[in-house]
Design a protein around this ligand. Structure first.
Ligand code: SF4
Length: 378
């Protein structure tokens, strides 16, 4: 039997409306259907527990509830989730339990009830403090929302807080990236995640770009804003510990590390992905279809892929290069070593003994560099 799974991701799909650029597995509703959500998760978990090849540890080390907008599910959602998972699974004293929340739906009642249920880390969907940019994106909060959400979270006893910021917005939106970085620093939270705007074909933004109503992503602006954020956050004492993530000492996300180290994890909910080495699998994306299947106690797995040796090697290289822990180059032949030497000369990488680490400039090229290095290793 495979090693027991100690990390679980749970998808909460509900959002009041779909943001302009969003390509996630989202179900648009005015309120979250907490009972329907819990019933579907309960059914899916029954199906998972009946699988011989999957073994969920009696105690989890990390649990991450993402979305969608988990805070739209209201105060009872996390105690309900604990009941579904089995409260004993959430008794490890070191458990990191993160839930995402958006400023407009993180009420004091939600924050207090979630903290009481055991959530000990909140990730807030801030994106920007600029009102016109928030409207352009289709977000529901205003520029005062992030500050209020952080006060609400702290008032409920949360110290481990993260904020998400988006960069690379089109110039015509008028967003001031330096001002947003200053506003994020003023929140004094221990963790920041960055997301670059991407134009996905099936989104309203994708259609607008195709029809010429919006410009494509400005690559130079994207690059400059990423590097500016890396510099500003490093100067403010945050470690750039992964391509998109920054933390004060002791506040790096442990759940995300699971993804980057190739450890097994289970994803529950519509569209959720799992990694049960060497198998990747993913659930039905559509909420109605997923919940119908899961509530019957049947597996909602829609697809699976067995990683062969080549895929495992590329993945190891890609994952290693994306974190500040870097990639061990021990045992690599002459061609890969020469390639890494070229990266060092371009200031895309730093070699430290047998470990190579990408710089922020190198992280902008992560996908290309990983494929090139993999090609040199083949
Ligand atoms: S709040 Fe997040 S998940 Fe929901 S529509 Fe907006 S970007 Fe997508």
């Amino acid at each position: 039997m495979a090693a027991p799974i100690r990390s679980v991701y749970v998808h909460a799909p509900f959002c009041v409306r779909r943001c302009f650029y969003c390509d996630f597995a989202v179900q648009v509703r005015r309120t979250g259907d907490v009972e329907g959500w819990l019933a579907a998760l309960e059914g899916e978990l029954r199906a998972v527990e009946a699988e011989e090849a999957v073994s969920l540890a009696p105690r989890l080390e990390t649990l991450y509830v993402g979305g969608g907008t988990p805070s739209l599910l209201g105060p009872s959602a996390m105690s309900g989730l604990a009941r579904v998972l089995g409260p004993d699974r959430l008794t490890d004293p070191g458990l990191e339990w993160t839930a995402e929340a958006n400023p407009e739906s993180l009420t004091p009642d939600v924050a207090k009830s979630w903290r009481k249920a055991g959530v000990n880390r909140l990730s807030l969907g801030v994106q920007t403090f600029h009102d016109a940019a928030l409207r352009w994106m289709g977000r529901l909060h205003g520029s005062e929302g992030p500050g209020r959400a952080v006060r609400t979270a702290r008032g409920a006893g949360f110290e481990n807080l993260s904020v998400d910021l988006i960069f690379g917005l089109p110039a015509h939106v008028g967003r001031d990236w330096a001002a947003d970085l200053d506003a994020a620093l003023a929140l004094d939270v221990p963790h920041v995640s960055l997301y670059g705007l991407s134009v996905e074909p099936g989104t309203p933004l994708g259609r607008a770009v195709r029809e010429g109503r919006e410009p494509p992503v400005d690559e130079e602006r994207y690059r400059e804003e990423f590097l500016q954020a890396a510099e500003t956050l490093a100067e403010a004492g945050y470690e750039h510990y992964e391509v998109s993530n920054f933390a004060r000492p002791g506040f790096a996300s442990r759940h995300n590390r699971v993804y980057w180290t190739g450890a097994p994890y289970l994803g529950l909910g519509n569209g959720a992905h799992s990694y049960l080495p060497p198998v990747r699998r993913w659930n039905i994306r559509d909420w109605d279809e997923y919940s119908r299947v899961a509530r019957e106690g049947r597996s909602p797995t829609e697809g699976r892929e067995v990683l062969d040796d080549c895929a495992v090697r590329l993945e190891r290289i890609w994952l290693g290069l994306r974190t500040s822990a870097g990639l061990s180059v021990e045992g690599l032949g002459g061609a890969p070593r020469r390639m890494i030497g070229a990266w060092e000369r371009e200031r895309s990488a730093i070699r430290d003994g047998s470990v190579v680490r990408l710089t922020p400039t190198g992280w902008l090229l992560l996908d290309r560099l990983a494929v090139e290095l993999d090609g040199a290793c083949a």
